[in-house]
Write a protein that binds this ligand. Structure first.
Ligand SMILES: Nc1ncnc2c1ncn2[C@@H]1O[C@H](COP(=O)(O)OP(=O)(O)OP(=O)(O)O)[C@@H](O)[C@H]1O
Ligand SMILES: [Mg+2]
Length: 261
């Protein structure tokens, strides 16, 4: 069975897409990993993965509009990322405004989404699917939450973000989904030790699990989303932290469902 991890945040710009791509790249070294861009009104993962327009035959948006099947959408990035043992399979969303508007009008059906996840997982023998989402409480988000095995909640240490994260944990609880709190963009004025302590305390308070605390790093933002940072910088402290987070996720999820090999 494929395990589904949704990456979400209450506020926008917390680093969901960046963390999705980086977590996926590390996980895909040893596992078969699918990545879905479910930020249907603001997709961005294709940029980090370096996927060109000409490579996209169909998108998740097309599936949800009834114009494509899961097999049409998956782009195999395994060779591009030079993965010998694992694999990376990307499902893009449409960045055409007319498609976004059509989907807003027609809405997204839970059965179609579930079927897409299942088929993409089975057809590509995936161990994991990571779903990048749109921030806040929206239809698509609630849907991703309902269909995932675990939820990674990304928050800055900003008070607005943390308040919103508590809301998201409450929502996830209604679906009985395990949540993993991740603090991102810890400002230079906050000591990482203190941030970790805050993260651990909040996780207890939120009945969530603490995943990782990432500093705000100039080299990450200066990358300008041109690539997956850990791929170009495998020895960086950021890559080390992403690897720790991946190890924790694998360990914590290993009991939930069996990994297909
Ligand atoms: N730890 C970090 N340090 C510095 N910059 C970061 C860090 N994490 C992410 N960024 C940068 O922050 C910006 C926003 O990141 P990203 O697009 O991943 O956020 P997002 O949560 O997906 O946004 P949205 O809610 O709009 O989808 C990007 O320029 C990214 O490179
Ligand atoms: Mg994003």
């Amino acid at each position: 069975m494929t395990k589904v991890i949704a990456v979400h945040s209450f506020k926008g710009g917390t680093g969901k897409t960046t963390l999705t791509a980086n977590i996926a790249a590390i996980l895909a070294k040893n596992r078969r990993v699918g990545v879905m861009d479910l930020d249907l009104s603001g997709p961005g993962l294709h940029v980090l993965f370096g996927v060109k327009k000409s490579e996209i035959k169909a998108t998740l948006t097309d599936i949800f509009l009834g114009d494509a099947t899961p097999a049409d959408v998956v782009i195999d990035l395994t060779q591009r990322f030079n993965l010998k043992k694992g694999g990376l399979f990307f499902c893009p969303a449409s960045n055409k405004v007319e498609d976004m508007l059509r989907l807003l009008k027609s809405g997204l059906e839970v059965e179609v989404f579930q079927d897409t996840i299942q088929k993409v997982g089975e057809q590509n023998k995936l161990d994991y699917i990571i779903v990048d989402t749109h921030p806040g409480v929206e239809n698509d988000t609630v849907l991703a939450m309902g269909c995932c095995d675990a939820l990674v909640l990304v928050s800055r240490v900003d008070q607005q973000d943390l308040f919103g994260t508590a809301v998201m944990v409450l929502l996830a609880e209604t679906f009985e989904k395990p949540t993993f709190l991740t603090l991102n963009m810890i400002p230079p004025g906050v000591r990482i030790k203190d941030a970790i302590k805050v993260g651990q305390e909040l996780s207890q308070l939120f009945r969530s699990r603490f995943l990782q605390a990432f500093e705000f790093q100039l080299d990450v933002i200066n990358n300008l989303s041109r690539s997956v940072f850990v791929v170009d910088n495998p020895d960086s402290s950021f890559a080390k932290k992403v690897t720790e987070a991946v190890d924790t996720l694998e360990r914590e999820l290993s009991g939930a469902t069996k990994i297909a090999n």
